[in-house]
Design a protein around this ligand. Structure first.
Ligand code: DGI
Ligand code: FE
Ligand code: FE
Length: 187
């Protein structure tokens, strides 16, 4: 699918602000992919659709998780997590994208997971550092974006976990597993 058609499809699902964020993730993903030897076309497509389900009603997402997805424990964790696996499901079903590498990058873009693929890492990091993001720590993460994919991924994951810890929120097990697996891989 070409870029313009993909953008036209996703634009209808998003607010103006979220669409601008999506364009930022797209640009950043392509730069990261090019630097780290990841397929730029897959990065572009995954980035464009990564937040496809962000504005689906919670009830719809809940039903999809209950009826269609394997990982039911998502329902016991933060609802912010739901749009990622539900997005992967809907992008395949409604948009007709079947590339499992791209779908997994959408599926794990919020939680991360153990042994993330290079494309999953690129989308996770791009979502975190894209130019429209503005939160404590983002500048530091941006500054090291090209110093090593695992290095910047680790910083992004740690910041997210720290943010959750500070608010006494649950941490979804896949996020902790993502952290543990990078720590092991860089030792
Ligand atoms: O959809 P976006 O706003 O672009 O960003 P996102 O998909 O990374 O996720 C939104 C939020 O999900 C993020 O600010 C933190 C929150 N969140 C809640 N529980 C967890 C979590 N993030 C991770 N990684 N793990 C959690 O357990
Ligand atoms: Fe998201
Ligand atoms: Fe996003």
């Amino acid at each position: 699918m070409n870029r313009q058609r993909a953008l036209d499809i996703v634009k209808e699902q998003l607010t103006e602000k979220r669409y601008i964020h999506t364009l930022g993730v797209m640009e950043t993903s392509i730069l990261l992919a090019s630097h780290y030897g990841v397929d730029e076309k897959q990065a572009e497509l995954a980035a464009i659709f990564h937040d496809y389900a962000k504005f689906r009603p919670l009830e719809e997402m809940k039903e999809i998780i209950q009826d269609q997805l394997e990982d039911k424990k998502l329902l016991k964790y933060n609802q912010e997590l739901w749009h990622a696996p539900v997005g992967a499901y809907l992008v395949e079903k409604e948009v007709g994208i079947h590339d499992s590498t791209v779908l997994d990058a959408i599926r794990y873009h919020t939680s991360g997971r153990k042994n993330m693929t290079p494309l999953e890492k690129v989308i996770y990091v791009a979502d975190y550092i894209e130019p429209n993001r503005n939160f404590p720590g983002v500048e530091a993460a941006r500054a090291m974006a090209y110093d090593g994919l695992d290095k910047v991924l680790l910083v992004s994951l740690k910041n997210t976990m720290q943010f959750l810890l500070n608010k006494n929120q649950l941490i979804y097990p896949d996020t902790l597993k993502a952290y543990n697996s990078i720590i092991k891989s860089i030792k």
